[in-house]
Design a protein around this ligand. Structure first.
Ligand code: DQA
Length: 151
């Protein structure tokens, strides 16, 4: 069975109350439930995790990558700062789709640079919670194309 890990980074636990004019009114639990329902319809196993800690995200990316699971990653602010996340993606060989709720290119200049984008398979941003569905479907297609992990 295809396996996808949804990893959300710092401050995304505050969705619903955090700058709703930018990030929308849904909580992270709402988004995870939406995606779990979608994954169920598609017959894909989905694991959802969130952390405010960079090292924990590093460990989860490694775990998913080494297991051959695809990763849907909203790294939050670490997108713009983290060499460690970038190295975890490159080092574990994880198939990662980077997602953002907001259109980071229409915001402050410091959000225009992603350190992880060059080692991700693609980037989706600016579509709000729908981006999680779009990223998930892209990842399922990618993981299916990649086939099972080599022994
Ligand atoms: C975000 C965009 C980031 O720049 C920001 O730091 C976040 C959320 C988004 O989903 O739009 O925490 O990743």
């Amino acid at each position: 069975m295809t396996s996808i890990h949804l990893l959300n980074g710092p401050n995304l636990n505050l969705l619903g109350r955090r700058e709703p004019q930018i990030y929308g009114g849904d909580t992270l639990a709402d988004i995870e439930a939406m995606l779990q329902a979608h994954a169920g319809q598609r017959g894909v196993a989905l694991t959802c995790r969130q952390s405010n800690h960079e090292g924990e995200l590093v460990s989860w990316i490694q775990e998913a990558g080494l297991a051959g699971a695809g990763v849907l990653l909203n790294a939050g602010a670490y997108t713009h700062t983290s060499v460690a996340l970038r190295d975890a993606i490159a080092g574990s060989g994880a198939n990662v789709v980077e997602i953002h709720l907001s259109n980071v290119y229409a915001r402050e200049e410091f959000r225009h640079k992603s350190l992880i984008a060059p080692v991700c398979r693609g980037v989706i941003c600016g579509f709000g919670k729908t981006g999680y569905i779009l990223g998930f479907d892209a990842l399922v297609a990618l993981v299916a194309l990649a086939g099972p992990p080599s022994a």
